[in-house]
Design a protein around this ligand. Sequence first.
Ligand code: GYE
Length: 385
Amino acid sequence: MKKQVLSSVLCATMAAALLAGCGSTSTGSAAATSAAAAATSQAAAAATSAAAAATSAAAAATSAAAAASGSTIKVGFAQVGHESDWRTASTNSVQSALSKDNGFDLEFVDCDNDSAAQLQAVRQFIQDQVDYIVIDPIVSTGWDTVLGEAQDAGIPVVVIDRTIDDSDKYTAWVGSEFTNEGLAAGAWLKEYTEAKGIKDVNVLVISGTTGSSAQLGRSKGFDQYVTSEGWNKLDEQTGDFTQDGGQQVMESYCKSYQGKFNVVVCQNDNEAFGAEQAMDAAGVSYGVDGDVILISFDACTAGLTDVLAGKINADFQCNPLQGPDCAKIIKSLAAGQTVEKQTFMAEPWYVHDSDLTSITYTNNAGQSVTEDLVPVTQDIVDADY
Ligand code: GYE
């Protein structure tokens, strides 16, 4: 649990520093995202401070404009919960961007990973007659009725991070291409095992919250490689995106599959920390010098610290700093402008080894894309969220 405490402190600090240090692209094209991600990864550290400076200037201007007009935009935000370092960074990002100083009156609800509570929160926002509703949907379905209610009340909905897959009744979405993240893990594992001469690939997956678009996409993308490469996927059970969940699933895997696995894929960093604890206790070695290849997603500060230490072999970033884009979308709507329906975050691929420098893979849009593999350095860890 030491790691949980350390990482939330780091997240709070870094999220403030990195508020807008992440690229995003509103082309609506996943291919453009990957290209942008590659470019972003090259210049991440330098771009961060420039972007942070630009953000404070922009924030000051926005705040002055809001003060001058005297108008405040009332926003209700139904957040997933507080299950991971990623989530902490996401909450900090939205709260900082939709602050009073920036002209917002934010009603924040932590839904504690409870879908019924999240629907209830949205209905409460409608009753409270907020100007805009922001939702990070815990699961991807079950939304059409409540979004219809918001539409009837004339309240635009902005979706961030996870997607809503069974309704189109929202105005805009900003987040990640989760299937590409899963494909990334598969593409990297293929190249890595080939380079190391590992022929038998026996995989255990610890998945995220079942039915969340992050889980669905990462599983779908990775499974394409399981099938095409003929890997042996021994099991996939949910750790609910938490450290405790990851630890429990891994404890049971270590008993059931003792000596039979050489790859563990955790669908977020917190699950990976839990899996590490379970493997430590069971005497299983992992990481660059171990018997088990450990793959993770998110690439938060504590995750990249483990990549640098060689405990996690590869970590595929999912960028939580969506607050500035969310604020920009709402300000544009408030000014009567049209906005892009989809905005994709740029997301580098991080590794410990520097032998492989890039990978060409076919993304979810069917496009061939070359991604840089970024070897983690202390500077990258220090600039992370
Ligand atoms: O990967 C995980 C968090 O929705 C992308 O949720 C997000 C996921 C993220 O709990 O750490």
